[in-house]
Write a protein that binds this ligand. Structure first.
Ligand SMILES: [Zn+2]
Length: 303
């Protein structure tokens, strides 16, 4: 089921968004405990209709998937479990390499963890049920109820708790996004359409050997997730590049970061020598660095 999520609003026209902002919302019918500043903003599943398994399903969070009926363990399902966990464990050093850790350091750990997984899963007796809980399923009546509930609402996730489903008033959400965009000098309105931007970008990329990524043809879009741990409750605004036409380029340049980090000592030395040859004798003590995001800049500014 396609919920009213953040991406839905990125595909709306200005007229559709303006319509949402001017139409009255139905928040006056909602209990105050589910609202912030007069509009729906909650992760409490009790806001949902009390019938079927809808509340129960949403209480499991955004990452929950209903279990399959065949929860009995047999040799095949054990092989699947081991193979899936092994593949994740084997992939972990690659992700660590992105953080400039040496992958060889993890070989011993990796072999030990995989061995323990194999021993543990193979020691479970065949036929043991994975869960004694009644499997949850998403029924047609749940879907009808959810569609009715989301008529003027939208779903997003919570900051610091990405697995939690948040329900927002659609009007309030669109209003917050637009207000922040209007107040933010970083952004400006482009006279070009989305297809113009994607087309030009694809053409530019092709000149450098990047074939257009036909599965990802969106442009980055603006979205917000709720900061429920703040008082008053806040919004974390995000410029999201999920499904962006630039994804393939980002994936190409991301490993270069590791290369630059590895070369930075040599670059510092060359830079120091160059300064000296220019007669600049100031002692250069700071190492160069590569910022991946603003979080890395803040500690440097505090030095
Ligand atoms: Zn509202």
């Amino acid at each position: 089921m396609q919920w009213h999520n953040t991406r839905r609003y990125a595909h709306m026209s200005d007229a559709e968004l303006a319509d949402i902002r001017t139409q009255p919302c139905g928040c006056h019918l909602i209990d105050d405990r589910f609202k912030e500043e007069g509009h729906l903003r909650t992760s409490d599943p009790h806001v949902l209709p009390d019938s079927g398994s809808l509340r129960q399903l949403c209480a499991m969070g955004a990452k929950f998937r209903p279990s399959i009926d065949s929860a009995l363990l047999d040799a095949d399902s054990k092989t699947d479990i081991i193979s899936s966990l092994t593949s994740s464990i084997k992939d972990f050093p690659r992700k660590s390499a992105d953080r400039a850790l040496k992958t060889e350091c993890m070989n011993e750990w990796q072999a030990l963890v995989i061995q323990r997984i194999q021993d543990t899963v193979n020691n479970i007796p065949d036929g043991l049920c994975c869960s004694t809980a009644k499997p949850l399923s998403y029924t047609q009546s749940d879907e009808i109820e959810m569609r009715a509930f989301l008529k003027d609402k939208m779903c997003t996730s919570m900051d610091k708790a990405a697995g939690t489903i948040m329900f927002n008033c659609q009007r309030d959400y669109v209003d917050r996004m637009q207000t922040d965009l209007d107040a933010n000098a970083v952004f400006e309105i482009s006279p070009r359409t989305q297809s113009d931007i994607v087309h030009e970008s694809n053409e530019f990329g092709s000149r450098y050997g990047f074939a257009p990524d036909m599965r990802n043809q969106d442009i980055p879009y603006y979205k917000g997730i709720d900061k429920m741990h703040k008082d008053p409750v806040g919004t974390r605004f995000i410029s999201s590049s999920a499904s962006s036409h630039m994804k393939r380029v980002f994936f190409f340049f991301s490993p270069l970061n590791i290369l630059f980090n590895a070369l930075s000592l040599d670059i510092d030395q060359l830079f120091g020598e160059e300064l000296q040859s220019m007669g600049i004798s100031a002692v250069w003590t700071a190492r160069s660095w590569i910022l991946k995001n603003t979080a890395e800049l803040i500690p440097l500014l505090h030095v």
